[in-house]
Design a protein around this ligand. Structure first.
Ligand SMILES: [Zn+2]
Length: 354
């Protein structure tokens, strides 16, 4: 395939971060799956022995619970030196933030909550009912219906459920009054339980009536059930002691969704579009288990390949985002690009450092 060019929106986002990271003299990439650690050193005038005694390299090595005592391979390139260790065994756990077993704000965490507030500066109270009347239940993965094929012998055992759900938006299981259904990145609540006076519902988008901050979607099955899908990243929680807890970040929830797609489909191609524009990004998630050390600590990093818009082969998952989240995602790519500057290969990827 020819080298794909990013859409003009993505290019604009990159331009908004013109100052590439110039201070980082050293960047480390840890690949747990292949047990390899690579340290890129951008200072040309050093020898391997000097590097192995340097504080920066030792700070990185010290993070591995089993010490790395072998000598790395050492190569000089025109703009950097590369130290590579192979067969590195480590119990270093970095990606625990991105584990589908550990989804933020599950039903058990939310139970007993007092209120939900909009995450905008208005901090509007979203609940109408007393929250101790509300019970919370976790929904299965949104891909659960696709797994019915595995359980069903005659394609008919689940007809009653599937027919009912097919009539509903997004195959969501609608909550009954005073019940909130908790999904991966959203809380599904009956409209009757919500303080509708503070909300603007336009088409299906629900936002703060004061500042238009996007909170979620109005979901209706066209009959009696009406509810709101509030994104966890758009609300904060008042817990039973009255403390406020910010919702997880949009980028974090976005990446958990990616992991869920991977687990259920094993296909990594996405079309991401902004609901307010016609822009679309065609991306292919090419890795999800890599970690990068910029400065002192390792952080998970995900890489996408940018695909031309006219790619016709393969299946794509469509993800629609409100304009504000779309911009946040573009900025995430742009910011990560800035931090990866100088690392060969990676600076051609569209990455998200988390
Ligand atoms: Zn607001």
């Amino acid at each position: 395939m020819n080298q794909a060019r990013p859409s003009s929106e993505l290019e604009k986002a990159f331009d908004a971060f013109p100052d590439r990271d110039s201070q980082g003299a050293m960047k480390a990439v840890w690949l747990p799956r292949v047990h390899s650690l690579n340290i890129f050193v951008f200072d040309q005038c050093t020898t391997l022995d000097e590097l192995l005694q340097s504080k920066d390299v030792n700070d990185i090595l010290d993070q591995f619970s089993r010490s790395i005592d072998t000598r790395p391979s050492f190569k000089r390139y025109s703009s950097y030196n590369l130290l590579t260790w192979i067969n590195v065994e480590s119990e270093l756990v970095i990606s625990s933030d991105y584990d589908l077993e550990d989804i933020p704000w599950k039903a058990s965490v939310l139970s007993g909550f007092k209120d939900l507030l909009s995450s905008c500066n208005c901090r509007l109270s979203l609940l109408k009912v007393q929250s101790d009347l509300v019970s919370t239940k976790d929904l299965p993965s949104k891909h659960w219906m696709e797994l019915l094929d595995c359980w069903s012998c005659h394609n008919s055992e689940f007809t009653v459920i599937t027919n009912k759900l097919n009539m509903q938006t997004e195959n969501l299981i609608m909550p009954a009054l005073n019940t909130f259904h908790i999904g991966l990145d959203f809380i599904l609540a009956p409209l009757e339980n919500l303080n509708l006076e503070v909300l603007d519902i336009e088409n299906e988008n629900v936002s703060c009536h004061k500042c238009r901050f996007y909170i979620g979607k109005h979901i209706s099955n066209g009959q009696d059930a009406n509810c709101m899908k509030m994104y966890k990243s758009s609300v904060s929680l008042i817990d039973r002691e009255g403390f406020e807890e910010e919702g997880p970040s949009f980028i974090k929830m976005f990446m958990l969704q990616m992991l869920e797609y991977i687990e259920s489909h094993h296909t990594f191609r996405f079309i991401i579009s902004s609901e307010e524009g016609h822009t679309e990004l065609y991306l292919w998630l090419v890795n999800w288990q890599e970690n990068i050390c910029l400065g002192s600590r390792f952080r998970p990093i995900f890489h996408f390949k940018y695909l031309e818009n006219d790619v016709e082969t393969g299946d794509y998952e469509r993800i629609h985002l409100p304009a504000s989240q779309y911009v946040e995602l573009l900025n995430g790519f742009a910011e990560s690009r800035k931090l990866l500057d100088g690392i060969p290969m990676l600076d051609k990827m569209y990455s998200l450092i988390l």
